[in-house]
Design a protein around this ligand. Structure first.
Ligand SMILES: Nc1ncnc2c1ncn2[C@@H]1O[C@H](COP(=O)(O)OP(=O)(O)OP(=O)(O)O)[C@@H](O)[C@H]1O
Ligand SMILES: [Mg+2]
Length: 352
């Protein structure tokens, strides 16, 4: 046995810290849009879209992650491409389990223990039934022990907010399926709100806008690409992009030029819903914490935080300072990783 192995066997298998040796614990952000896995000592070991492609008759898995996402809207009747999570929670349990098992296999290396201890991030308003579904899916996929942490708390730790102190901090996480608003103080959520509006709704809004206003049929994937390239809440955005799809009247392929201002119009409804939810979250905030937020502002996390100009619009609407997290897509899992490395210190953040 080498000296490294000898040392690590003395230390036990968990909590390798920065040593990079054996670790059988990992943090997972099982999101509607993306699944990210983090292992203490190694960092992010997997980052893939939460998508699985199955052969319809046999149920055989054809692809997971990016490969499966590329198949969305491109397959015939014999293949089904499934996004097994919706609105932040598990919609299709078997598909979720199968996807997770594949992700575990993908992330596996020599250093990776077969049955890891898992800390998983879940929406703050999750029901007991939904908690059980997450637990069961992870256990069936190979996890040994499953613990849960509310997403906004993990995100707050990930962006370095002082979650343990008696000051109010506000996180607005705009994910694929949901937008979660949380005011955090003294290790817990003092006020929260969650709406089933996020990046997916924005994509759907673009699909219907293109159909109604440009007679162009596009898929969910194309809508997301347009959103990321052209989506903007900025007033004077003059960018344009070529968008192709099917003509809604004649059913033949066609291409048109789309302006950023059109996408801004298309996104008005979901963005308005997000603004209202933030306003309501603020109204529910106890006055002392509200005062802290006036000073400290709002931190935006989740992929939706990357929508150009959204921070400015939110700041104008609320009159509060708004800052986008440094790693909006990964701060939740990074926070869960920090919690995992010091479970005793952060035990009050966990769902019991
Ligand atoms: N530059 C961008 N502009 C706008 N939206 C973006 C951008 N980049 C990513 N997104 C969107 O962010 C969403 C994914 O964000 P994220 O990974 O935080 O969601 P998730 O954690 O999987 O979902 P949830 O938390 O709701 O379960 C997708 O809808 C994606 O289209
Ligand atoms: Mg998320």
């Amino acid at each position: 046995m080498g000296i490294r192995n000898l040392l690590s066997s003395f230390r036990g298998s968990d909590n390798s810290g920065s040593s990079g040796m054996f670790s059988s614990a990992m943090a997972i952000d099982l999101g509607t849009a993306n699944t990210i896995i983090y292992q203490p000592g190694r960092g992010i070991i997997l980052e893939e879209p939460s998508v699985i492609a199955l052969e319809r008759d046999s149920g055989n898995i054809l692809a997971v992650g990016t490969e499966a996402k590329d198949m969305l809207g491109r397959t015939g009747a014999d293949i089904s491409v499934v996004r097994p999570l919706k609105d932040g929670v598990i919609k299709e349990a078997t598909a979720t389990m199968a996807m997770l098992r594949k992700f575990f296999e993908k992330a596996q290396t020599k250093r990776f223990a077969m049955r890891p201890r898992v800390l998983v991030c879940v929406p703050s308003g999750i029901t007991e039934v939904e908690v059980n579904a997450v637990r069961t899916s992870l256990e069936r996929a190979g996890a040994r022990e499953v613990q849960l942490v509310p997403e906004p708390l993990a995100a707050a730790v990930g962006v370095g907010l002082p979650v343990e102190s008696a000051v109010g901090n506000m996180i607005v996480d705009i994910g694929g399926g949901t937008t979660e608003i949380a005011v955090i103080s003294l290790n817990s959520i003092a006020a929260d709100g969650s709406i089933r509006v996020g990046g997916d709704e924005m994509n759907e809004a673009i699909v219907s806008y293109m159909k109604q206003n440009a007679y162009l049929l596009i898929g969910e994937r194309m809508a997301e690409t347009i959103k990321i390239k052209l989506g903007s809440m900025v007033e004077e955005d003059t960018r344009e992009e070529e968008v192709s799809g099917m003509d809604a009247t004649y059913g033949i392929p066609k291409s048109i030029t789309v302006k950023a201002s059109q996408i801004k119009t298309a996104l008005q409804q979901p963005v308005k819903a997000i603004m209202q939810a933030v306003q309501q979250g603020l109204e529910r905030t106890p006055p002392e914490l509200g005062r802290d937020i006036v000073n400290r502002g709002i931190v935006l996390t989740g992929g939706g935080a990357l929508l150009k100009g959204l921070d400015t619009v939110l700041s104008n609407e609320t009159g509060l300072p708004v800052r986008i997290a440094d790693n909006p897509l990964s701060c939740t899992v990074l926070g869960a990783g920090i919690i995992l490395s010091d479970m005793y210190r952060y035990r009050k953040l966990l769902i019991t």
